[in-house]
Design a protein. Structure first.
Length: 335
């Protein structure tokens, strides 16, 4: 017996019992039955048709037909409550959507960053949220003194709280107003996060500083995905191994720092775990080696074209039900 047959049988039993007894307590099961009908996508029109068929089948007297209408009325009232609840939910969702639109617009404005134009490097970046607000972040700051700070971060959390936390971190990074070594930058931001962000929310960050005068870059990491340098002269990738705990756990944390020399054709590659943990439909992860191989294949392009190709290639393979925020930054030395 399928769900529809079961519902018809239950309705029939209540119908016969009430018409015979005319006792209101015999209508008690109808509200639950109406919810069951709604869950199974049975419309009020179908209930009315069912009731009509039962009346014709049972050849009711005028008085019995009159009482049978109480059964139908009680059943339809259940639909009425559900409909009002539905409309109330729709109104709440519409209000929530308006608030979310404001949050998305505010975040877009607050996290907006311009791409610096330095003579010796080209830059490409892409950041795509899994939901309407982004828990990832990248920032680029031209200090107008031949140096550029850059960062890629990921909030361990979702939704508006994560977005607000990221906006606060960007404000903290921008507010310094001068170039500083990444280890010092992470130390300051760590105190900001520890004091102002929910204790259940942590932030990973890769923080770098590029110096154009000597083609060096310095970096530190707060629990972030490893970055890589593509070395043009050896056609190979070098993993950036500096480590540190995520921001917001211990206010006195210090961060290790490394420096590297860049040659023409070399690229700095930094991404969030949305790229390194992409799942295919069969559940397998796309490996970091596959990600880097795509970058190698298109190394001759401008970094902005490279990140776009990487995103599109991985999007084809990704299980759409297991999406995460995706951010990748590539800095390429050109002279």
């Amino acid at each position: 017996m399928n769900l529809i047959d079961t519902l018809v049988e239950k309705y029939n039993i209540i119908f016969d019992k009430y018409v015979a007894s005319k006792k209101e307590e015999d209508l008690d099961g109808l509200q639950a039955l109406s919810f069951e009908a709604i869950e199974n996508d049975i419309s009020p029109e179908e209930i009315v048709s069912l009731h009509k068929d039962l009346m014709l089948e049972k050849e009711l007297t005028a008085e019995e037909a009159k009482y049978s209408m109480d059964v139908l009325l009680e059943m339809i009232i259940g639909f009425g409550f559900s409909y009002r609840d539905y409309k109330a939910l729709v109104r709440k969702m519409e209000a929530h959507d308006k608030e979310m639109d404001v949050a998305v617009s505010l975040q877009s404005m607050m996290l907006k960053t311009s791409i610096p134009k330095l003579n010796s490097i080209e830059i490409g970046a892409i950041s795509v949220p899994a939901q309407r607000v982004n828990g990832d972040y990248f920032n680029l700051i031209d200090h107008r003194d031949g140096t550029m700070s850059f960062a890629v971060a990921d909030v361990i959390g979702k939704g508006i709280p994560a977005a607000l936390a990221m906006s606060m971190i960007k404000f903290g990074m921008d507010s310094y107003g001068h170039s500083q070594l990444p280890s010092d930058g992470l130390k300051r931001l760590n105190r900001v996060v520890e004091k102002n962000v929910n204790q259940n929310m942590f932030v990973t960050m890769f923080y770098g500083l590029y110096e154009e005068v000597n083609s060096k870059f310095y970096y530190s990491s707060a629990g972030h995905e490893p970055g890589y340098i593509y070395r043009e002269n050896t056609d190979s990738f070098q993993e950036l191994n500096a480590r540190g705990i995520v921001l917001g756990i211990n206010p006195s944390t210090r961060y290790d720092q490394e420096e590297h020399q860049l040659e023409i054709g070399d690229m700095i590659i930094v991404f969030t775990d949305g790229f390194s943990e992409i799942r295919r439909l069969n559940g397998e992860f796309v490996s970091t080696e596959e990600l880097l191989e795509i970058i190698r294949e298109y190394k001759h392009l401008h970094p902005q074209d490279i990140v776009q190709v990487v995103y599109e290639e991985l999007l084809k393979q990704q299980d759409p039900k297991k999406r995460d925020d995706l951010t990748i930054l590539i800095i390429k030395k050109i002279q």
